[in-house]
Design a protein. Structure first.
Lengths: 159, 712
């Protein structure tokens, strides 16, 4: 395996990665950069706990080999939480009672941000569709749906 | 009128969790110095005849039975489950070795190179094979872990004079917990002690389980709970099973080791919900009234006992459900089979029992030509009625009010009538209850819960107990209870992270006991602290469990008395449409009305209701888990289907207050009861839609296809 130098941006900062290009982006974020917001729930792209935004699209970082993201922009929950949009979503999740064990929630928050960027005033059906790639075993999703609608309502003009 | 404590507050842990700042075990130690990974048996039953281990590079270890400093057994209820398989294996997936080292890839290579040769024995995979002692008895002389018999009244006479006897059998399948955070732990050797950090429900259970294996003073085994990303019973006893090998490895190597299961291992080798088979014979008079039930209840316990005895107890004590039937005989048995052990899972035997009873009530109603809702009414429990164990229903029973409320919310009566003439549409209803706390004298004689309440000089108050926050909101509800009893702001109270070196043993986080039993201790301690409050001074209250008064004394040998001090109650209605071609079921409406005493936080209880409902609908409809030749066929989360946000509509619910004298501010348990009723309501709805009796879950399209084909 040949080592490559890969340059990409994480939460607005340029990062240069030298090492195995097949390593999962999730591991690079967690182990090398200390960004533990994205969680390892299944390792096969089914649960969405590792969701991040890659050039604005929500993706499962457990399925992305780090070598494939040359020049791309990664946003994790840590970066999102520094923005007004991120704070609005996090507050809405807390107020709507959408958080129980919390393990899936950072991924849910990223899926929420991706939805609201495309559709700042979603209805319930649109919300359910947007978070359908993120599994939650605690909440039954109802209060997560409430949280997304609450964020959209409170954050009018942010997206 | 709601109690003021029910008004929702923002959960203490919500913002940190949503912002990704809450540190779960794998976040605390993202890259560990040493990783551990298990080598599992590849057959379901047999003798280990030879082992060939590869040469190990520097800094790698293979840890097994010969490294155990103490006994090769984990102490759960009994001590049958070995730390490492030594001479025999009893299920496919039993841990034989733990491979430890710094590089995950290298560990995989070592695992690949280990060769274990077996002499295979004939495994038993079903209840029938277990009862027939296929391959010889494995547990005792009859493969029965536990048998519980109940004889309420006398069934002989009613069966003699019965005008009709109806019988049927009901089956429930496996269910996997799928806590989103896989099993995770990190062990280290510090100051001559083994210190374990673990995602777990019961820190003191782990300590008890390791004591014999390590041959150490329990004070030298310290267990610290880390933020727990879901559990549902799956982190009640299974952490013992991973902590055993980890502890032996750390004892040997004296370096920190981390084990985090990957999802495939977690699905394949961790414990599951008990499959069940319940046979009912019912004696009816000439008007179709129930005279007596004769019930045979069997649970598939898998390869080791774990807590099957207690799950069986709850199933047996719940099988009468919400009905006052004076003559019931129950024979309950939990069997040993050569499959991964079955264990605790939200509801703990109650969902299986409720499914059987509610399905059977529908069957009786159908066979006697009676409306299923009307058929149930004469039997509903009232205050003072005698329970299946000859205890009493001490509390006021709100079932009539709850029935009225759910009929109004769901339109059940009108829809049930209308759908009789509309093929493909159906609506179903279920009643259920859940006993709060440990069975019988368990709280008084076994658990003996203790908590501390400490106040520092800044007048901040800290609650010390061993019950864990695992998503259910315990940290928040306990602090609400203390702050209200003390009449101080919520933010002035904190819940201390459970650590056996710091907190007293207030018991495990199980059995719908946390808020009703331990929460009550928090309230009592807070009331005492309020009386003694001296501002600016450090103060401490120790509060021990005291049993409620006025209960019918429990006799564990006779299984008579009050099995539980109080019950939580619920009614569910589910509405479905079934596609006539694909047999896909579309759930159109979901309703629930509940009595949880007093909800300590309305939003948190609604979270339990919604989450319990969807998890139970998954159990009813999506979560097929088959064990073939000892191996689960569903190997990944793409195969084992849990509900997504698209599968079920939102749950419409209401909660009626009914304060429990011995619960915190009147609270009873909520976390499990909300799971118990969805399955029979769902199958009743599908039954009406396809006009066929359904006696098994999960109900998959292929099941419906078979039923409707048979019908034609």
């Amino acid at each position: 395996m040949k080592d490559n130098k890969i340059e990409f941006r994480v939460n607005g900062e340029t990062r240069i990665y030298e090492g195995d290009p097949l390593r999962r982006l999730l591991d690079v974020l967690r182990e090398d950069l200390g960004l533990t917001g994205p969680k390892d729930g299944c390792g096969e792209g089914e649960c969405g706990a590792c969701s991040i935004l890659l050039d604005g699209e929500v993706v499962n970082s457990c399925l992305i080999p780090v070598g494939t993201i040359q020049g791309q922009e990664v946003l994790t929950v840590e970066g999102l939480n520094e923005t007004d949009q991120g704070k609005c979503i996090v507050e809405a999740y807390a107020d709507a009672g959408a958080v129980q064990c919390g393990f899936c929630i950072p991924g849910m928050v990223m899926a929420t941000e991706a939805l609201l960027r495309k559709n700042p005033s979603p209805d319930e059906a649109a919300v359910r569709k947007a978070i359908s790639g993120n599994l939650c075993r605690c909440t039954g999703y109802d209060q997560i749906v409430d949280a997304v609608l609450m964020a959209a309502d409170r954050g009018k003009g942010l997206w | 009128m709601s109690h003021p404590i029910s008004r929702s507050v923002r959960r203490k842990d919500a913002v940190d969790k949503a912002a990704g700042k809450c540190m779960y075990l794998s976040d605390l130690y993202p890259s560990a110095p040493l990783y551990g990974r298990c080598f599992y048996s590849s057959i379901a039953r047999g003798r280990i005849v030879s082992r060939k281990l590869p040469p190990l590079p520097e800094g790698y270890w293979i840890v097994g039975a010969s490294d155990i400093p103490g006994k090769n057994s984990l102490h759960m209820l009994i001590e049958d489950w070995p730390v490492f398989a030594d001479t025999h294996v009893r299920y496919l997936g039993q841990i034989i070795y733990l491979v430890v080292g710094p590089d995950k890839q290298k560990i995989l290579e070592i695992l690949e190179a280990i060769e274990v040769e077996y002499e295979e024995e004939t495994p038993c995979y079903t209840l029938e094979e277990s009862a027939a002692l296929v391959g010889g008895a494995q547990h005792g002389e009859d493969n029965v872990y536990t048998r519980y018999d109940i004889n309420l009244g006398d069934i002989v006479e009613p069966f003699k004079k019965a005008a009709r006897v109806l019988e049927n059998e009901y089956y429930t399948g496996y269910q996997e917990h799928v806590y989103m955070e896989p099993q995770s732990m990190y062990g280290e050797w510090l100051d001559d002690s083994f210190v374990l950090h673990a995602s777990a429900q019961c820190p003191y259970y782990i300590r008890k389980s390791l004591k014999g294996a390590l041959g150490m003073d329990p004070e030298k085994i310290r267990v610290i709970q880390t933020a727990t990303g879901g559990a549902f019973g799956g982190k009640e006893h299974f952490p013992d099973v991973l902590a055993g090998p980890l502890a032996v490895a750390v004892y040997k190597i004296r370096k920190p080791v981390k084990i985090v299961l990957d999802r495939k291992e977690d699905l394949a080798y961790t414990v599951k919900r008990h499959p069940s088979a319940v046979h009912f014979r019912t004696a009816l008079d000439s008007d179709g009234n129930i005279l007596a039930h004769d019930i045979d209840l069997r649970l598939d316990g898998g390869a080791f006992a774990s807590c099957s005895a207690v799950v069986l107890a709850r199933a047996v004590f719940t099988i009468g459900n919400v009905y006052n039937i004076p003559h019931i005989r129950v024979c309950g048995r939990a069997y040993c089979t050569n499959k991964p052990p079955s264990d605790a899972f939200r509801g703990f035997g109650a969902p299986q029992a409720v499914f059987a009873m509610e399905s059977h009530m529908n069957y009786l109603a159908c066979e006697t030509g009676t409306d299923p809702l009307e058929y149930r009414q004469p039997y509903l429990f009232k205050q003072g009625d005698v329970t299946i164990t000859e205890g009493r229903v001490h509390e006021k029973v709100l079932l009539p009010e709850m029935t009225e409320r759910i009929l109004e919310m769901s339109g059940y009566r009108e829809k049930h009538e209308e759908y009789k003439n509309i093929p493909g549409k159906g609506i179903g209803l279920s009643y259920f209850l859940h006993g709060c706390g440990f069975t019988g004298n368990g709280e008084r004689d076994l658990i003996k819960a203790r908590i501390y309440l400490k106040k520092n000089e800044e007048d901040r108050v800290f609650i010390y107990g061993s019950n864990v926050e695992m998503g259910q909101g315990l940290m928040t509800t306990f602090c609400k209870v203390a702050s209200r009893a003390l009449d101080i702001p919520f933010d002035q109270v904190e819940y201390v992270q459970p650590d056996t070196a710091v907190v007293p043993d207030s018991g495990p986080t199980v059995a719908s006991r946390s808020i009703s039993v331990v929460g009550f201790l928090v309230q009592k301690a807070a009331e005492k602290l309020k009386d003694q409050w001296v501002s600016g001074q450090a103060q401490e209250i120790i509060q021990d469990y005291e049993p409620p008064e006025g209960l019918v004394e429990w006799d564990q040998d006779a299984l008579k008395g009050d099995a539980y001090p109080a019950y939580s109650w619920g009614i569910n209605v589910i509405e479905v449409e079934v596609d006539p071609v694909t047999c896909e079921v579309d759930t159109k409406g979901v309703w629930g009305v509940y009595d949880v005493g007093v909800p300590i936080d309305r939003q948190i209880v609604e979270g339990q209701i919604n989450g319990g409902m969807v998890q139970a609908l998954g159990y009813s409809h999506l979560e097929k888990l088959e064990c073939r030749n000892g191996r689960f066929s569903q190997a990944t989360m793409a195969d084992y289907i849990i509900p997504t946000s698209m599968d079920f509509p939102s749950t419409q619910s209401d909660i009626l207050d009914n304060p429990f004298e011995y619960g915190a501010f009147g609270a009873k348990g909520a976390g499990e009861m909300v799971f118990d009723g969805a399955a029979p309501a769902f199958t009743a709805a599908v039954s009406q839609a396809v006009d066929a009796v359904i006696d098994e879950i999960p109900v998959l399209p292929e099941t419906i296809m078979e039923l409707t084909d048979e019908g034609q």
